[in-house]
Write a protein that binds this ligand. Structure first.
Ligand code: SAJ
Length: 454
């Protein structure tokens, strides 16, 4: 290697070594762009560990709340509110709605939304905006880490070129770049950030090593070095894996309904077979990850004409489940001489997940919209979602049917007879298996559930 190349190689090595040293002694200053349900806990954890952290968010009211030590994150997140108050009071974390303070940061993580649109096309407006605002203030030798979930190929095709263009620097010379996808889950944000392994995808192996040194400061679980495309593939594949497996359970449920089986008993016995782990069929698949990440995984491959069939098909199965619930409701109402049109239907559960208040991409929203289109009146109950809280028995008064969409713990303790006597007709459609078939009949209900025939 000639002198000049050696020199630049040497310089690059020095920049990265210097960064690694500042990470090791925690003199490195961190920036976190996007203070949502991922970015905020990330900022708090690094601040608690001893790094000075500046958090950036475009929502001024969110910034103000955070600087007042008040968490803007909805739902029950154990430890987060206390940790935020602590790191704000010690001054280790400060939030702002401008990018200028990031000029002093050695490491910047980006945790902004990366949705897909109705046509399942990834929409990176937030990511592009963050990269374009960061470039001009990016410090020489800084490390930029994308934590948002992105389609394989995005680091190469979008992140690197935009950051090089907006900063006027070259990757692996003027700045370093990596992708470390988050693996948090609502309700367990801090626990997951500390306890779940991470893939540290670096533009270069040396960058991946520096990322490992950084995350070792907060992550107690195993860290795995990789390149960027591997990190992109792992995160989107792990959620597509879950979606396909849920779709399998849903399709077996449809088979059971058609041939007179009980999918819950079938699942229990299937899972006694070594190496099987059939997931739970149900009224649909919601949330911010599982419905979106399969489309991110396959996007680039589809663009290049790869024969991608299973993952989109699984999405179609899962998306059909709320509508299947309406088919079951129609059949049951017919047995009491009624139709969905004109019926008053009690919907039990509006969150996308049991014991959560999170309604993002909720299957219940699909069910409610379709019921109303068909001319039904809808009464919604959910013990966790503020606008739908209330006395479930009073809400049942005068309804023609009840539909269980979410397996909230409260519903497992419900006085079903007390509910039935308030209904005008004893129709119960079960989307999450709270009552066994016999229990349902014993309580005088009629109507199917997902995967069971009664
Ligand atoms: N669901 C089923 N059947 C199942 C499991 C889930 O119908 O067997 C439905 C749920 O009711 C819900 C949706 O799927 O509507 C998603 O449920 P989820 O348990 O996957 O919960 P999420 O959406 O919070 O998924 C997150 C993901 N974590 C990240 O993306 C970092 C996922 O990778 C985790 O596996 C999951 O949490 C988890 O295990 O808690």
């Amino acid at each position: 290697m000639n002198e000049k190349a050696d020199g630049s190689a040497e310089e690059k090595r020095d920049l990265l070594d210097a960064l690694q040293r500042r990470i090791a002694d925690k003199t490195a200053k961190l920036g976190v762009i996007g203070l949502g349900y991922v970015g905020l806990p990330v900022a708090c954890l690094f601040a608690q560990t001893g790094f000075k952290v500046v958090g950036v968010d475009i929502q001024a009211e969110r910034v103000a709340k955070i600087n007042a030590g008040i968490s803007p994150i909805e739902g029950d997140e154990p430890g987060l509110a206390e940790l935020l108050a602590q790191v704000i009071s010690t001054g280790m974390l400060h939030a702002t709605d401008t990018y200028a303070p990031l000029a002093e940061c050695d490491v910047i993580t980006i945790n902004v939304e990366t949705p897909v649109d109705e046509q399942h096309i990834p929409r990176y407006a937030a990511l592009q905006s963050a990269l374009r605002a960061l470039g001009p203030v990016l410090q020489e030798g800084a490390l930029v880490i994308i934590e948002s979930t992105i389609a394989p190929g995005t680091m190469a095709k979008l992140v690197k070129p935009i950051l090089e263009e907006s900063s006027g620097k070259r990757v692996n010379a003027g700045f370093y770049l990596g992708h470390c996808p988050e693996r948090v889950m609502p309700g367990k944000l801090l626990a997951n950030l500390r306890g779940v392994s991470r893939v540290c995808g670096g533009e270069t192996p040396e960058t991946a090593q520096v990322m490992m040194a950084l995350y070792q400061q907060v992550v107690e679980a195993e860290l795995d070095p990789a390149d960027c495309v591997t990190a992109e593939l792992v995160k989107t594949a792990e959620n597509a894996y879950r979606d396909v497996n849920i779709a399998f359970a849903n399709e077996v449920a449809l088979v059971c309904e058609a041939v007179g089986g009980d999918v819950w008993r079938v699942r229990e016995l299937v899972n006694k077979s070594p190496g099987r782990n059939m997931l739970l069929p149900g009224a649909g698949v919601g949330g911010h990850c599982i419905p979106k990440d399969p489309w991110l995984l396959v996007y680039e491959a589809q663009q290049r004409g790869a024969p991608i069939r299973l993952i989109p098909a699984a999405r179609a199965v899962n998306e059909s489940m709320p509508l299947h619930m309406i088919e079951l409701l129609e059949d049951a109402l017919a047995k009491v001489g009624k139709t969905v049109a004109g019926a008053r239907v009690l919907v039990l559960g509006y969150a996308y997940l049991e014991n959560s208040d999170d309604t993002r991409n909720s299957p219940s929203a699909v069910l409610v919209e379709r019921l109303r289109e068909l001319g039904a009146a809808v009464v919604i109950h959910d013990p966790y979602v503020a606008e739908y809280q209330g006395d479930v028995y009073e809400m049942a008064q005068g309804c023609d049917a009840a539909v269980v969409m979410v397996g909230h713990g409260m519903y497992r303790e419900l006085e079903w007879e007390a509910l039935r006597i308030r209904l005008d007709s004893p129709v119960l459609i079960e989307g999450r298996y709270l009552l066994g078939p016999s229990a349902k009949q014993a309580r005088g209900f009629i109507g199917q559930g997902i995967g069971i025939t009664t």
